[in-house]
Write a protein that binds this ligand. Structure first.
Ligand code: FUL
Length: 630
């Protein structure tokens, strides 16, 4: 082998010498011809530039199921069971199974509502603390088998699994460790065997399960026992390797530490599992995560659309504006928002919840579907692989998704993205995303605008992760810079958006609101507090949006939810048509949540001074003399 090599090396050397001699003996004209040939070769023969590899990821990293989970952003929680029929939250475990009789149960409706509202995963309480199983478990009689529903032949988990599969929606199941019905609860070995038997049923009968939800709740003074979490987690991994496991401390996703759906304003997916205990959550640690954490355990923010987790006839849903605020502080802080929308006792998600979900979706659409930076010209302090390297170009931040990103050259002291919006625009929301498959990196950043010749800071932020949304008082500028001041490794940005939110009202310590002018929602909010009903004459300006009246009426989405009886008139409205609407405060619940209880077409007797459709936009006429406002 060696000999062969040295022989061929000798031959090569001889050949090169021979060629050199030949060249030396050639006349100058052919030398010139050769030079030209070489130039032509390099000019016209295509040759591929070698790619610069991506930078090294920084540990810890998400697993494939964790990435899939995080990319879904929001999940719909479905609390359903005997509590739905007994007006309770923590059932005693002794409610008669005959109470469970949802005569109109339709799991496809649940899935459809989720999908329509932009949720791509659903999680069902297969068993809550009362021990009642929504599937016919062979380990207990306390289940759907003992209920009149579908003559004891029903299986809610199966119906939901089928509906979810058909719609391509991911399914998660909640199997409460605390069981107030089961006799062996309290006997460690027996109950762990019982619980794992139920887990096997759930994870082997219903196809792909994408999340297993284990909560740490247990009432005061309940029987003491040990849960064999390690054995449970291993079993789940064996049966459903694609599922993420939720508990107070992961292993895949952690509880945020409150039931209001609110994450810390710094929120790391990094976490030390060994520093946390299931059932002994330190809310501050859970809300913030740990920049020095060795485990990747992003947080899930659970919150209910209504005060309780189960449906209660007396409860009204939160307003869409409230949900938007929760969205900013959960999904907008690197977490998954798990919003509970409980089916009612007929077995359907209630109309008023659906209404709010649609309004919430509409709010998100109108704020986030337009990235005001979409036509921006971009520059960066440096680009990995050189300024011409499109692979890590700053323009990648205008593309959706995390897999294309801007990367700076290594070892830089500045990390800045410059944006020229090409025109001066107003905005009040910043959206930033990191390519989290490369690890979570950014510790601190700020956004600045060019204002009167100098750069002015608009907002400081800490941690980005999958998605960071930051609100600030409305500013106007053509030139922006996004500055990263601290990062665990070279920062990478996969998306940067700026948006205008005309709906949220920011209040600051000083008491000054973010908007310079009084807008419709503020006025509505004022009278929602001051009066029970309000009559307004409005102009329909957007047929497509059906229920939008006047510019500020976009803000009605929250403050004035359309009453079902008013819906017909409103949805038949034509652009330019005028209506008298009545807004009424509901008898119970949220003061800000005015309902639009009547929509009466105004055929005559009311003539606002408007000439063009453009003038219609943004005008609401107060019939009670409050005048027009914008
Ligand atoms: C808690 C439970 O005690 C509540 O009833 C609800 O299910 C909530 C999501 O988790 O631990």
């Amino acid at each position: 082998m060696n000999t062969d090599n040295s022989n061929s090396n000798d031959n090569n050397v001889r050949n090169i010498k021979r060629r050199t001699q030949a060249l030396n003996s050639t006349n100058p004209i052919s030398l010139r011809a050769l030079t030209i040939l070489i130039i032509l070769f390099f000019t016209f023969i295509p040759h591929t530039a070698l790619k610069t590899p991506p930078p090294l990821p920084i540990l810890p990293l998400p697993s494939a199921p964790q990435l899939q989970w995080q990319l879904s952003s929001m999940a719909l929680f479905l609390h359903f069971g005997p509590n739905t029929f007994t007006d309770s939250e923590w059932g005693t475990g002794h409610a008669n199974p005959s109470v469970f009789n949802p005569t109109r149960l339709n799991a496809s409706q649940w899935v459809h509502v989720a999908e329509e509202a932009g949720f791509s995963r659903v999680i069902l309480t297969a068993k809550h603390h009362d021990g009642f199983c929504l599937w016919p478990s062979e380990y207990t009689d306390y289940s759907v088998k003992a209920s009149p529903w579908r003559n004891g032949k029903g299986d809610v988990v199966a119906e939901l699994a089928t509906a979810a599969k058909e719609a391509g929606v991911a399914l998660g199941l909640y199997l409460s460790p605390w069981d107030r019905h089961e006799n062996c609860y309290g006997k460690t070995v027996e109950y762990n065997e019982f619980y794992m038997g139920q887990m096997v049923e759930l994870l082997s009968r219903y196809g792909d399960i994408k999340e297993v939800w284990l909560d740490g709740a247990k009432g005061e003074g309940e029987k003491d026992m040990e849960y064999y979490f390690d054995a449970w987690f291993s079993l789940i991994r064996q049966l459903q390797p694609g599922a993420v496991i939720f508990s107070d401390t992961g292993p895949d996703t952690r509880w945020i530490g409150d039931e209001a759906g609110i994450a810390g304003s710094s929120c790391w997916s990094l976490f030390n599992r060994s520093d946390a205990e299931i059932g002994g959550t330190d809310p501050q640690y859970s809300q913030a995560g740990d920049p020095y954490g060795h485990d990747w355990v992003p947080a899930e923010c659970d919150v209910s659309i209504s005060p309780g987790w189960f449906w209660h006839a007396s409860e009204v849903p939160k307003s869409a504006l409230k949900l938007l605020d929760i969205y900013y502080r959960s999904a907008g802080r690197n977490c998954l928002l798990l919003l509970n929308v409980p089916p009612n006792s007929s077995g359907l998600i209630s109309d008023e919840d659906i209404q709010v979900l649609q309004e919430f979706k509409e709010l998100r659409r109108s704020i986030f579907s337009d990235n005001l930076a979409k036509n921006a010209m971009l520059n960066a302090s440096s680009i990995r692989g050189g300024n011409d390297n499109s692979q890590f170009s700053p323009y990648n931040v205008l593309e959706d998704g995390i897999y294309t990103y801007w990367a700076p050259e290594e070892d830089q002291s500045d990390w800045v993205l410059y944006l020229n919006l090409q025109e001066s625009l107003s905005f009040n929301v910043l959206q930033v995303q990191e390519p989290i498959h490369m690890g979570q990196r950014i510790i601190e950043f700020n956004l600045e605008i060019l204002n009167g010749g100098g750069w002015k800071k608009v907002i400081n932020g800490t941690t980005v992760g999958y998605k960071r949304l930051l609100q600030f008082p409305t500013v106007q500028s053509q030139y922006l810079k996004f500055v990263i001041s601290r990062s665990r490794a070279d920062p990478l940005i996969s998306f940067l958006g700026i948006h205008m939110d005309r709906f949220s009202i920011l209040s600051y310590a000083s008491g000054i609101t973010s908007q310079a002018h009084v807008n419709g929602s503020q006025v509505l909010q004022q009278f929602s507090i001051a009066t029970d009903t309000k009559v307004l004459n409005v102009v329909c300006f957007d047929r497509a949006a059906k229920v939008i009246f006047g510019c500020s009426a976009q803000q009605f989405f929250d403050f004035a939810t359309l009453h079902p009886y008013a819906a017909k008139n409103a949805s038949n409205a034509l652009v330019g048509e005028m209506f008298r609407i009545t807004l009424s405060k509901p008898k119970r619940g949220n003061a800000e949540h005015l309902r639009m209880t009547s929509v009466v077409p105004l055929r005559s007797g009311f003539q606002p001074v408007i000439e063009t459709l453009k003038d219609l936009y943004g005008v609401i006429y107060g019939a009670e003399g409050s005048g027009g406002f914008m």
